[in-house]
Ligand binder design. Structure first.
Ligand code: UN1
Length: 497
């Protein structure tokens, strides 16, 4: 038996074993015989320790000038650049997406780090004139304290960075619980920040399950902010857990994103976008293009081109440079995919390609599924409404632009949407009318950059955004400051008349 690599929790600047003495395994979804490592199966006691440590560290961290805090983040960004290839490879082994995409994931963490490091010297507040003479006023951001982060497996370094970097630059301290499928990528990020001089206790990581680590973390009275990315059902529970203590609660949840393809669209471009958005990351993005609404005049041609391309996608181990689509993350996710294929068939959608698990040869040890396209889907079908998080795309014919918008908005989610058209009026109308947090013209539903707000409407989010300066709103609280230098009592709203 090969010696297994044991990874530990990071608490108070030390790599420590869980109080439970238990561990769990993390295996490669492309080849489950390959053990990535063994991780701590922590519980409430580890959470208590991590939160207490973070609380203590907050006392001094919040007083370090933001530009100084940012310097550490800036150094970490450089260090991530140096380690990009290694971290990307480890991420592909850990969660299956292809190397080009895991490089992109690490790059997104690099981008976020540079961006938030810049915020150390900005973090703008407002200075406004007073209604009274000799009175000065401004607003400034305050940190809140200990922030809890619960992060998913599909962007295992990027999403932790979206949360950690703004939290730290604002002066908060952190306890993060990464997804059990991808603890290594989060550990790589935490290790990098540690190597770059982050003081002890400012950033802590505890691995383990949602019930044993996530629950005690989000309900802990000393935790002031909870930032969660994951399913809508769990997000609702997080929201309810935060409510009694009025914690800042940031939720980034499911999606059922749509690409609208109009009859004047450049079809080859639209097909490129639909393939990338539908099957990139094996469809396991919150921003995945799982619905394509196509104008009836373009429908036949689009379907022909799209299915031809989907059939040709090379599925396999993401480390192989030829491969375009990796496995599902785990058995349960693959079961969900298979279940939705059954549902789609039963609902009467037209299975145009795929539909099967891949089990032979190189596929025999992983969670692989064929790229799958359903045609003639209608908006009422479950495959057109529910998030699948797998390589299954539903193509929905429509009769007009107005109907396309209506179908687009007819789901419970509102993360990302896109339109392919050459008509600028249509593009702008769609931009105005699609009720989603992200919107694209002549591009797929995936591809957000770190310096604009990221998040969605309806069941996708709770009004907050990550990335951009919007992320600072999650991890800070405003303080408005009034300084009266008139030397006398001046009453606002009264003495200025
Ligand atoms: C996610 O799917 O959870 O825009 C994040 C994108 C990526 C981020 C996706 N930059 O698809």
């Amino acid at each position: 038996m090969s010696k297994e690599q044991v990874y530990k929790n990071f608490i108070g600047g030390e790599w420590v074993e869980s109080r439970t003495g238990r561990t769990f395994e993390n295996r490669n979804p492309a080849n489950t015989e390959e053990l990535i490592g063994v991780f701590q199966k922590s519980d409430r006691r580890d959470v208590e320790k991590a939160v207490a440590t973070a609380k203590k560290a907050y006392e001094t961290w919040r007083l370090i000038p933001a530009p100084k805090r940012a310097e550490i983040i800036f150094r970490a960004a450089h260090r991530l650049v140096e380690q990009k290839e290694q971290f990307a490879r480890e991420m592909t082994c850990e969660m299956g997406k292809v190397l080009a995409e895991t490089r992109g994931d690490v790059q997104e963490a690099i981008d976020m780090s540079f961006y938030m490091a810049g915020e150390g010297r900005r973090m703008y507040g407002q200075t406004t004139p007073s209604e009274l003479p000799s009175k000065f006023q401004m607003s400034m951001r305050m940190p809140l304290g200990v922030c809890a982060m619960i992060t998913p497996w599909n962007f295992p370094m990027a999403i932790p960075s979206w949360k950690i970097m703004p939290a730290l630059v604002c002066g908060n301290t952190v306890v993060i619980k990464p997804a059990t499928d991808t603890p290594l990528s989060a550990i790589n990020l935490v290790k990098t920040l540690d190597e770059c001089g982050l003081p002890r206790g400012v950033l802590n990581l505890v691995t383990g399950s949602g019930s044993e680590v996530g629950d005690p973390l989000m309900t802990h009275p000393d935790v002031k902010v909870v930032s969660f990315t994951g399913s809508t059902d769990v997000g609702r529970a997080v929201s309810e857990a935060c409510a009694p203590q009025f914690k800042h609660c940031h939720l980034e949840m499911g999606g059922k994103n749509v690409i609208i393809v109009m009859d004047d669209a450049k079809l080859d471009l639209a097909v490129d976008g639909a393939i990338w958005g539908g099957f990139g990351t094996t469809g396991q993005r919150c921003t995945a293009s799982s619905r394509i609404v196509v104008h009836k005049r373009a429908y036949k041609e689009f379907i022909k081109m799209f299915v031809e391309r989907a059939k040709k996608l090379r599925v396999g181990n993401g480390l192989n440079p030829e491969v375009e689509m990796g496995p599902s993350i785990n058995e349960s996710q693959l079961n969900t995919v298979q279940n939705y294929v059954k549902i789609g068939r039963k609902e009467g959608a037209d299975l145009l390609c795929g539909g099967n698990r891949l089990t032979k040869g190189v596929y025999s040890k992983g969670w692989f599924h064929e790229p799958t396209v359903f045609g003639d889907v209608n908006r009422k079908m479950r495959i057109a409404r529910e998030e699948i998080f797998g390589p299954v795309v539903s193509v929905i014919p429509c009769n007009s632009f107005d109907e396309a918008i209506e179908i687009g908005n007819s789901v419970d989610y509102g993360l990302s949407s896109a339109i392919y058209t050459q008509d600028v009026n249509r593009a702008f109308n769609a931009m105005r009318d699609m009720y989603t947090g992200i919107f694209y013209v002549n591009a797929s539903t995936i591809g957000a950059e770190v310096h604009l707000p990221f998040g969605g409407t309806k069941n996708t989010g709770n009004g907050h955004r990550e990335a951009g300066t919007a992320a600072l709103d999650v991890f800070s609280e405003w303080k408005s400051v009034y300084i009266d230098y008139s030397g006398k009592l001046q009453r606002a709203q009264i003495d200025n008349n």
